[in-house]
Structures are given as C-alpha cells and as structure tokens.
Design a protein around this ligand. Sequence first.
Ligand code: MG
Length: 389
Amino acid sequence: MEEEKPKGIAILGSSGSIGTQALEVIEAHADKFVVEVLTVNRNSKLLIEQAKKFKPNAVVIADESKFQEVKDALWEDDIKVFAGADALSQVVEMSEIDVVLTALVGYAGLKPTLAAINAGKSIALANKETLVVAGEIVTQLACEKGVNIYPVDSEHSAIFQCLAGEFHNKIEKIYLTASGGPFRGKTTDDLKLVTKAQALKHPNWEMGAKITIDSASLMNKGLEVIEAKWLFALEPSQIDVIVHPQSIIHSIVQFEDGSMKAQMGLPDMKLPIQYAIAYPNRIFSDFPRFNFMDYPNLTFEQPDRKTFKNLDLAFQALDRKGNAACVLNAANEVTVQAFLEDKIKFLDIADINQQTMEKVDFVAKPSYEDYVQTDKLARIRAQELVLSV
Ligand code: MG
C-alpha cells in the first residue's frame, strides 16, 4: 500500500490548551501529520520552544513587540517569522497547509478563519465564537468554497461522530450535554458569593480561563447551541441541552425514527482534536479507556435556566437572528475579562450580557463589516456597563 503523505497542519493559537494538546496528538503521530504553521498571541517563549521542536515552515506572533525576540531565537532554524494580527490571515494561505486548526480565543478567530476558508483549507474548528458571531457568512463561504468544517468542540465532535454514515438521514433533534460546571445546583443567593478561583475550577475538563468561566456561567453551552445550529443546519427548536454531570456522554443525536445515537468516552480534548484532524480515519490513541465500574450511574437533569440566564440569552439571540449573537458574544468577552480582573461579580456577567443585547442596534442581514461594527459597539456598551457596576 502506498504511504499517505502527512497532512500539513496550521495551528492558530498553539500556546493555549487546545493548541498544546494538538501538538501532543501530532507528536504521537509524526507519520501522519506535519506542523506547517504555529501562531500565538503573545507567549513568545512557548512559541520559540514549539518551533524548535516541530520545525514549522512559518510562525506568527500577534504581539508585534515580540517579533525581534522570536526572529533572533529562530534565525538559524530556517523558519519564517511574521508578526501582527494581519499576518494570521496571510499565513493560512500557504500551499503546504491541508488543515487549519483554529484554536484562538474569541472574536479574534473570525478573520483568519474566513481567510483560511477562502484559501480552500479544511477547518478544524476549536474557536466556537467564529460561528457564534458570524455563522451565516462563515458557513455560506465554506459551502461556496467546498470547504469542510470539522468540529473540535467535544459536544459537536460527538454529534459529528454520530452522524457518520447518516448524512442523508434527517435529524429530529440533538441533545448537547453539559456538565453543569462547578456551580451546578447553586441558587442565585449562593452565586452572589462565589469567587474567581471557584469559577476557574471545572469538575471534569481541563481548559483555558475564558471557556472555564463560560462553563461556570452556562454561557459556554449557550455558545455551543448557536455553534450547533450553524454546523448542522438546525432550527433552534431542534436543539436541547441536558445536564450530565459525569461528562461521559458527549452529546446525542435523535433521528426521525426516534432512534438516538450517543458518543461516549472519558473527557479528554485530545480525542475530538485527533478525530477532527485525522478525519475520516480513526487513529490509535493510548488515552485511558472508560471503565463502567468507575461510573455505575450516569445521570441527567434539566439545566437551571433561571439561575444561569446566559443559556436563555443564547436561545434569544438565535431567535432574533441577524447580529444578535454577535452582540451577545462581544458582551460576554468583555464581562468574562472584567470578572477575571475582579472588576465585576459572577452574576454581573449575565446581567451585563443581557443589558448589552438591549443597547446595540439590530441588523437583520449583517455583512462582514456589520459584524465588525457590531462587535466594536457591543464592547463599548458592555464596557460602560462594567464601569457602572
Ligand atoms: Mg464543548
């Protein structure tokens, strides 16, 4: 049998939780993948270390003040070094790249993802905010360019795995599972007192700070509902959320005949990362295996939408359509940052998100420029609300 050529991978956001785990997957399968591009926001030390180890074609450091440091460190390794946010959108066009893994955090992922789709690259999407902000134009462009978007988010990967061989069968409904986060079962009164350290302690998943706070506030599940709508072309009424504290069932698809398929396994982000970049193949992993006797009970409950308002805000944004989800996302990026900087309390996150949604003008059919403008305005409004707390 002929040896397949290794897939060229670009990792946007290689210093983060997804980025570093992706490099572990690639290292374990050096015959199948080759790193072509690595980019980071400002962690120059880790970028240099990763570049020396994986010898990519090019690296980008978004923070231009660190360009010289990276260039000096890599001058004898024959690695191209670029700096600045615009360079992100240029490197993804390199001909050696087959798959672009978008592991940046937040709205910053939108522009380079669109550039990668424009260049005809497959997308392994870990940056859910890209679809939340501008799902309509992103999926439309992917369709025009014949580009596949492979989900890395564990719930969406689960649904994608359940759909293998079922692409022509109608989905009746999907259930996104949620762990409930560290504050599951807490009342609004309890939540008045919770601290940043408590919010940053997720019971099942090891993740970056932004998504961990989003998990505690159920915003993450809200963003995932919107992400699922665009990835799988669903109506909001076809998407449900069920709390499953053990995080073993990663999500469920229910078909027209009532049959349900679930994808299970121990919670480990390396699995969905690996599935996305190796698709359509399943490749070996030595990750720990599930043992039924460690989990004699898998349990399910309804999410508490009254206490954790963010989930409903996401459904409201989906119903409003247009730029509503873009507003919600921008507000949430501001409020999570403010919470991490101790400027607001935990419950202020959802309150300010909600108020921001009421303060930014609605655009029914937004263009890319409208999204850029909406994001800007929503951040200004949210910031004003943060300062007034
Ligand atoms: Mg997820």
